[in-house]
Design a protein. Sequence first.
Length: 365
Amino acid sequence: MNSTIETELKKNGITVVCQISQQYSNQIAYYVANTLVTKFPTLRLKYETILSSISNLKMVIADMPGSTSGACYFYKNSTIYFKKGLSLDKIKKLAIHECIHYFQEIKDKNGQLKRMGLCSYYKNKAYGNALNEASVQLMSAYATNEKSDNVTYYGISFQSDSPSYYPILCNLIKQIGYLVGFPLLFESTFYSNDAFYDKFKSEFGQNNAFKLQSNFEKILATENKIASLTYKIQSEDLEYRKFKRYSDAIKKGKENIKSLFFDTQNLIIKAFFDKKISEISNDIEIEQYRKYLYSCSHLIGTSEDYSFFNQYYIEKMAEMDEKHESLKNNTSLVVKKDSKILKILEQIKRIFSVQTDTQTENAKK
């Protein structure tokens, strides 16, 4: 093995144990090729081409004590590293995620990575890495028929398509994919093109799109820090002060993730639907808007103290009623501030406020 690569792997906590036999590598390649071609027909993948490409990948078993995913693709030597002790079935499923990374990569003539799916590299800095990881894992969960489950992480409850890997980020990217379009998201993720980003910025606004991308990065960085500190607590014999410092940092990190999650989710909802409401011009579009916004209630994360979506939904339904009346009377679509509907809305808001205050007081007792 190249000494530079070996040194870099060790820095990331990866130590090679042995290479996977050709027999098992072939089984993995057949499984991945068949799964990708079957599950993603819109990507127009050719089975023979996909199979041939995967067969050229080197697959290795390694000691990866700090790994949370169980596998890692390293582009510099086109090798997939799998955590020691995994079953072949588990390795096959993990290989989907890592092989998508392999197909994503775009290098320059010197072999330097320029782009990987939704992630671009400039002067050794990655932009969009968290968005890309989330989208790749969402694709992997769908491809491997991951069982959806109701989960709670960091005080956030939601329906997860990927309960074990990147559940928070997968939920958020699914919300964005639902609004922008999953075929477009998956196409740009696999082929590393700008189609998704162009639509993303168009639908949410450029500043909002960049803010969402930044929030994804913060969530991923915080989750990685939590995982690292948790591993140290579990594997090292720590003195009390260090144990307390790590434990406090983990607690703070979890609180930050919860706050970031809801800030991100609220921005996804508000940025998209505020823009869409200005485009409505007839009753059919009003009804479509109502259904579209309501359907998001099945995707979002919630908590005991979360009320943004309910309040936002009530506000937009009131605006829809105003638009309907304006269209019927052929008047301006500007919402009237003194309308009866908005007065009722203010009363509902006050009720929500009282309920939230009561919940807070009860939590303090």
